[in-house]
Design a protein around this ligand. Structure first.
Ligand SMILES: [Zn+2]
Length: 130
């Protein structure tokens, strides 16, 4: 890594974040959308980058893949209802599922995945109160 790489990376990141803010604000004008997708995409990036510096790409990928739990929405009718709280409505968002994710924290192999899933649940939970 040359010395120029790191600052340039930060500059690129800042531009990316600014673009994200602007797009969210002007296209969607929706605070809830902004918070929700920020927590789904932007915050995991920082968690991965700050706490798992060496394998941040893998960790970020696990966070993104953890969003597959939203496939359980396909079982619901309607599939998407913005006024519905996902928590304890969909099978993979049930209290039982959350308990299983919590137990998974105690095992090294499932820890990051379960942490990502719990973070997903937290995001969806916050959403219920916005
Ligand atoms: Zn969800």
């Amino acid at each position: 890594m040359n010395s120029y790489y790191f600052p340039q990376f930060i500059v690129n990141l800042t531009i990316l974040i600014k673009a994200y803010f602007l797009i969210s604000l002007f296209y969607f004008m929706n605070f809830k959308f902004f918070i929700h997708y920020g927590l789904h995409f932007v915050v995991p990036f920082f968690i991965a980058f700050l706490f798992f510096r060496k394998q941040w790409k893998t960790v970020y990928l696990i966070f993104l893949l953890s969003m597959l739990v939203d496939l359980d929405h396909l079982l619901a009718n309607p599939i998407f209802d913005k006024n519905r709280c996902s928590i304890n409505f969909h099978p993979l968002h049930s209290y039982i599922a959350i308990a299983i994710y919590f137990i998974g924290l105690f095992f090294k192999k499932t820890r990051i995945l379960c942490f990502a899933l719990l973070f997903h649940m937290l995001t969806d939970f916050i959403d219920c109160y916005l």
